[in-house]
Design a protein around this ligand. Structure first.
Ligand code: UD1
Ligand code: CA
Length: 458
């Protein structure tokens, strides 16, 4: 029977090459800290224990990753990957096999991890390696004349002949815990970086007669590490292209798969069209036949069948019914619920409000903390004054109400069904159903009034 598997992910380094106040492993990739992608891959192995080694920015990293099945171990100060592994292994029982991985290799494929773990579970040392066109900066796999792995040498400690080797260490190494512990205890920092290298255990295993087997990854991009922001951006594009391809194959039209950003969970029905430059965050659901125009941001939004979101709209925490029209230049804030066939036009902002079927606010308006009925027409420049400087108040606007242009509805307020509010009114009392309510100064014209004239210089 295979021995139990424990997994250790190293995430204590500072990430100097990021030049950042944010610990490297927390830099977002597709909207989530890069290390969470590695943890997701590790979780597919269903390990007995999942340990994360933290150090630089430890509290922040622990807070960002907090999850009941994760165990954090602190390495302070970070003195190399071998030192980090040693500290983690001190907390693990001897009866298992351990897979050690790097928190900065976010696209590592779960199947590759499984292969490397299995090697260790059968008593050997497993390495995940890859052949790269440009291996610069990485640890090289040195093999003997028989083709067997002998040791790993870091770029900075390598001879020029070793630097010519194109097979690299991806940073994922597995071994039986009982064998690994004494090797880690014997590491020394006598190398170019003055660090304890995890990679030095390979030569120790070979010296002790333990088999070392490399699993060579078949895809070079998925084992790329992130040391700087250029590498991070490159992997972001890879993930986004994958997300776009998945959507396309399931029936979504993506006008340009190189110009979409999915930073959460985007689900689309059939025949959805997404134009260029859109950003999707959190959980977004778009029903059949809906269209999202160019340069929209949708965060935690549901969009009904056949609805059109026009260009440059910013939608957050909103649910939109079928056959609705939103935008261009619309803003929906959290708590917005639009029924079917609602029209929200340019420079209209809606917050914490429901609008019933067929209601329209087509231009330059604010609707906040309001319950708006069906078939309401809400004129240009009209607003709900929902905030008195201390508290927010609600407005209730009945079915079939017409609110003229430039009205201020001072909440709390009720406008009865079928009421009409004359343009330019400031409404502070209830407007009864079915009646015209106007609240504005009477128009006067002064016949003999004269415009002031400029004094002529003498
Ligand atoms: C490491 C490997 C190298 C490999 C490369 C793959 C070593 C010595 N080198 O180099 O062979 O080709 O990854 O990307 O293992 N970390 C700690 N504590 C420390 C130092 C690092 O937890 O004291 C963590 C970092 O947070 C990071 C990871 O280990 O997530 C890798 O560290 P990094 O310094 O980036 O190693 P590389 O130089 O990339
Ligand atoms: Ca690295």
């Amino acid at each position: 029977m295979a021995s139990p598997l424990d997994v250790v992910i190293l995430a204590a380094g500072e990430g100097k090459r990021m030049h950042s106040a944010l610990p490297k492993v927390l830099h977002p990739l597709a909207g989530r800290p890069m290390v969470t992608h590695v943890l997701d891959a590790a979780r597919t192995l269903v390990p007995r224990t999942l340990v994360v080694v933290v150090g630089h920015g430890a509290e922040r990293v622990e807070q960002a990753l907090a999850s009941p099945e994760l165990r954090f171990v602190r390495q302070e100060p970070p003195r190399g990957t071998g030192d980090a592994a040693r500290i983690a292994l001190a907390t693990l029982p001897d009866d298992g096999a351990v897979l050690i991985g790097l928190g900065d290799v976010p696209l590592v494929p779960p199947e590759a991890l499984a292969s490397v773990a299995e090697i260790a579970q059968s008593g050997r040392v497993g390495l995940l390696t890859a052949r790269l066109r440009d291996p610069f900066g990485l640890g090289r796999i040195v093999r003997g004349p028989d083709g067997d792995v002998r040791r790993i040498v870091e770029e900075r400690d390598a001879t020029s002949a070793e630097r010519a080797i194109d097979e690299i260490n991806t940073g994922f190494i597995a071994a039986p815990t009982l064998l690994l512990k004494p090797w880690l205890a014997r590491l020394s920092p006598h190398n170019a970086q003055g660090e304890y290298y995890l990679t030095d255990i390979v030569a120790m295993a070979v010296a002790d007669g333990v088999d070392v087997k490399a699993h060579v990854a078949d895809d070079e991009v998925s084992v790329q590490g992130v040391n700087d922001r250029a590498q991070l951006a490159a992997l972001e594009r890879v993930l986004q292209q994958r997300a776009a391809a998945t959507l396309q194959l399931a029936g979504t039209t993506i006008v340009d798969p190189a110009r979409i950003d999915v930073r959460g969970d985007l689900r689309c029905g059939r025949d959805v069209t997404i134009d260029v430059g859109c950003v999707f965050e959190g959980r977004v659901e778009i029903a059949d036949g809906a269209v999202v125009g160019p340069y929209c941001v949708l965060r935690d939004v549901t969009v009904g069948r056949g609805t059109r979101i026009e260009a440059f709209s910013h939608l957050e925490g909103a649910s939109i019914g079928a056959d609705a029209r939103v935008g261009p230049f619309a803003r929906l804030r959290p708590g917005t619920r639009l029924a079917d066939e609602v029209h929200i036009g340019n420079f209209v902002e809606v917050k914490a409000s429901e609008l019933g079927a067929g209601s329209k606010a087509n231009h330059l308006a604010y609707i906040g903390d309001a319950s708006v009925g069906s078939r309401v027409n809400y004129g240009a420049g009209s607003i709900t004054a929902n905030y008195d400087g201390a508290n927010k108040h609600r407005s209730t606007i009945g079915d079939d109400v017409h609110v003229g242009s430039n009205c201020v509805l001072v909440a709390p307020i009720t406008v009865g069904a079928g009421a009409t509010i004359g343009g330019g009114s400031t409404i502070v009392h209830e407007a009864p159903a079915g009646q015209l309510t106007v609240a504005r100064a009477k128009q006067v014209s002064i016949a003999r009034w004269q415009r002031p004239r400029k004094k002529t210089k003498t």
